[in-house]
Design a protein around this ligand. Structure first.
Ligand code: PLZ
Length: 444
């Protein structure tokens, strides 16, 4: 068994081509036994990870700019996560919180009340995945308001379950052929500064007009929004957009739900992306970075909304599993003790500077955007808004060949996103960005 964590040598070191022979052999086994629908972007089989690197079955050490899609923000196998999980797993692995409770679950909820935006009274319920958290936020909003409709945005991503597919914008690969989808879900225009010329207030007015005229606030249980969109392309709404929406929701009794599943837990340089403009969501959905890689998710929100649901109305066999909660407590400890909000801001400044320099040399980069350790570049035909998905794939694939794990996203697949673990060193980050620069030169 390989040992990961921050003591792994922090270096990019390729000893074979990517993927190497060992990974290729394992890929054959994957093809034989794993459903084709479960895709793999970069088929190197991981045997250890930590700090800013992933080590594969061939002994290659790759720089991680993906964090398993914004999950291992505290680093893979972070010491506080490992020690708390080991202790918990040896004590007991499961009792089901709905049957016989335990402290870890309550401890996580207590910390979420303290850390999430706003100092109103809050309560939480724990789940296993982001999609499950979003589903439950909608359930809670519907019971609390007695209304049915749900408003979501262009380019939104909320998950792969039936309701959350309906809430997700993009057809391929998430929705195609999987309908019919849940009803009473309405799509509203997003603020997308690179693609519209609207101020935050103007974009909010446009969205509110659609909600007023096409749904009617009286029918609307909740508006669900990612404060910075993730899968949809790291779309950062114009300043003022989120505050205006949240004020409108407050005036009309619509529950304002922030989906911070990708943006949460230090990623953007604050505990939550909503903190940037002082937005206080009524409900917030959380997952990914919350537990250093173990499956844990939450809905945290105003106590009176959370408590609107009848006893027994929220739950699930594994929600808030004790091992996942131990990992969550370990991850929160890492975030506090290593000042990971500050680290995310530093990483953000470093990445933004470098990406702007690369963009200056390569006009195919139409936009550099993001916040903190959540940065992206959008590729378009120079001087236009016409997406360049082929070049985007080529750049990302070049990075993979050179041992840098990059991810793409965006409605048109023309965005390269950067989500390094906050435990990455400056040296490794700079080296990875050198490779990104090379990728643009090599694919020109
Ligand atoms: N809400 C904002 O980013 C998950 C999905 C990757 P789950 N994003 C990565 C993929 O292709 O499946 C996500 C998110 C936002 C909800 C979710 C859903 O979280 O834990 O994947 O269910």
């Amino acid at each position: 068994m390989s040992t990961g964590g921050p003591s792994l040598p922090q270096q990019r070191n390729l000893v074979t081509s990517i993927p190497g022979p060992e990974s290729l052999a394992r890929l054959d086994r994957k093809k034989a036994h794993v459903a084709d629908g479960v895709g793999t972007m970069l088929p190197v089989f991981v045997v250890a990870a930590g700090g800013g690197v992933l080590v594969d079955a061939d002994g290659n050490s790759l720089i991680d700019l993906g964090s398993g899609i914004a999950v291992t923000s505290v680093g893979n196998a972070a010491p506080s996560v490992v020690s708390r999980v080991q202790e918990q797993v040896a004590a007991f692995t499961h009792s089901c919180f709905m049957v016989t409770p335990y402290d870890g679950y309550v401890d996580v909820c207590e910390q979420l009340a303290e850390l999430t935006p706003g100092d109103h009274e809050k309560k939480s319920a724990l789940f296993n995945s982001g999609a499950e958290a979003v589903e439950n936020a909608v359930k809670i909003a519907r019971v609390a308001t007695g209304r049915d409709a749900v408003a979501v945005f262009d380019h939104a991503y909320h998950g792969r379950t039936n309701l959350t597919m309906a809430m997700t914008a993009k057809n391929m690969p998430y929705k195609n052929g999987f309908g019919p989808f849940a009803g009473e879900v309405y799509r509203v225009p997003m603020s997308y500064p690179f693609r519209d010329d609207l101020s935050g207030e103007e974009a909010a007015k446009r969205a509110i007009d659609v909600m007023d005229k096409q749904i009617g606030a009286d029918n609307l249980a909740c508006v669900v929004i990612e404060p910075i969109q993730g899968e949809g392309g790291f779309v950062v709404p114009a300043p003022g957009f989120l505050p205006a929406l949240s004020a409108w929701a407050k005036d009309t009794g619509v529950v304002f739900v922030a989906d911070e599943i990708q943006t949460g837990f230090c990623r953007t340089g604050d505990w939550f992306a909503c903190d940037d403009e002082g937005v206080e969501p009524d409900l917030i959905t959380l997952a990914k970075g919350i537990a250093g890689g173990l499956p844990l998710a939450a809905v945290t929100g105003r106590a009176e909304l959370m408590d609107a649901v009848h006893v027994g109305g929220l739950g699930g066999t594994y929600g808030g599993n004790p091992v996942a909660c131990a990992a969550g407590l370990g991850a929160l400890e890492e975030m506090r003790s290593h000042d990971l909000t500050g680290r995310a801001r530093d990483i953000g400044t470093r990445m933004a500077d470098r990406l702007r320099k690369i963009a200056a040399d390569h006009p195919v980069i139409g936009d550099v955007r993001g916040r903190g350790a959540m940065m992206a570049i959008e590729l378009t035909t120079p001087g236009t808004l016409s997406p360049e998905p082929v070049r985007t794939a080529a750049v990302s694939s070049y990075c993979h060949q050179q041992g840098v794990v990059t991810l793409t996203c965006g409605t048109w697949g023309n965005v390269v996103r950067f989500l390094p673990p906050l435990s990455i060193s400056d040296t490794l980050l700079d080296e990875a960005l050198d490779v990104v620069a090379e990728a643009f030169a090599a694919t020109a």
